[in-house]
Design a protein around this ligand. Structure first.
Ligand code: CP
Length: 311
């Protein structure tokens, strides 16, 4: 693994290797084993040009549990505000012997651009770019599904909500299809589906109850207002009435279906609190698995090492 920019185009064997490596890291950080030395002497720089709670915090914890030094650049107080270009910011951080940049940016393609600018020894990890991709989120979702449901080929998975603006949905679809999921469904109003939705190779539903019928996994997405123009913004009350996951609508899925959400959640908009906090919810497991997946990606990209050996 060199950079980790997108799921699209990656082979199934590599995705499986990331999941297996992440599984082997899951115990690190508990009372018995606080850290492993895989990235001792290496420096990981978090470059978040867009807000984050889960991704930024779990990348920092992941790097620290691999014994790396971590620099969280505060973009708001950096010299970007004095007119320094992104390229100059990158070159200065490279000159501080950074080994990896973890990048979140509101522009689709930003991580690819940064990868084209830095010297080859610096690994670029995409932590979410515009509405394009969020590959580590998709991999932590795959780890969560695999740990609870096993083989992907037996599973029907429904992704529900604002597909149009979601980088998470795009990366999840690529990951699920590459890992051989039995059926991937997209459930949304027409206004929140991409015009090229047919090219995504999924079954499309505009009716929530039909879309949830007999699925094994329900993944809810929030309305991504920051990427909408005002005209596209549906009323939250109306969205909840037709697309909200409640105890009543969840009953259309299989009785043992699991509920997931990448966060941040908007309770009472796309999901009822009783479902988000209920017995079928894996939402906090997703967060915990994020540390292990990000440890796997960082160790494979920066040192070429997994827990088992060379990646
Ligand atoms: N899922 C996710 O990317 O959450 P954050 O925006 O809090 O990082």
């Amino acid at each position: 693994l060199r950079h980790f920019l997108d799921i699209q185009g990656l082979p199934r064997a590599l995705l499986t290797d990331i999941l297996d490596t992440a599984d082997s890291f899951r115990g690190i950080g508990d009372a018995q084993v606080k850290k492993v030395p895989l990235l001792r002497g290496r420096t990981v720089v978090n470059l978040f040009f867009e807000n984050s709670t889960r991704t930024r915090a779990t990348f920092e914890l992941a790097a620290k549990r691999l014994s790396a030094d971590v620099l969280n650049l505060d973009i708001g107080t950096s010299s970007s505000s004095k007119g320094e270009t992104l390229r100059d910011t990158l070159f200065n951080l490279e000159a501080m012997q950074a080994d990896a940049f973890v990048v979140r940016h509101s522009d689709s393609g930003a991580a690819h651009f940064i990868a084209s600018q830095v010297t080859p020894h610096v690994a670029i990890i995409n932590a979410g770019d515009g509405r394009h991709a969020h590959p580590t989120q998709a991999m932590l979702d795959m780890l969560t599904i695999r740990r609870h449901k096993g083989e992907f080929s037996n599973l029907k998975v429904a992704i529900v909500g604002d597909i149009l603006h979601s980088r998470v949905a795009r990366s999840q679809v690529h990951a699920l299809k590459t890992l051989g999921a039995g059926e991937v469904r997209l459930v949304a109003p027409l206004t929140l589906l991409p015009s090229q939705v047919d090219a995504m190779g999924c079954r499309v539903f505009t009716n929530l109850r039909q879309g949830l019928k007999d699925v094994d996994v329900v993944i809810m997405l929030r309305l991504q207002k920051e990427r909408m123009d005002g005209a596209l913004l549906p009323s939250e009350g109306e969205f909840y009435r037709y697309y909200g996951l409640t105890r009543e609508t969840l009953a259309y899925a299989r009785p043992d279906a699991v509920v997931m959400h990448p966060g941040p959640m908007n309770r009472g908009v796309e999901i009822e609190s009783a479902v988000a906090d209920g017995p079928q919810s894996l939402i906090m497991d997703q967060v915990t698995n994020g540390i292990a997946v990000r440890m796997a990606v960082l160790s494979m990209a920066v040192s070429g090492q997994t827990q088992k050996g060379a990646a």
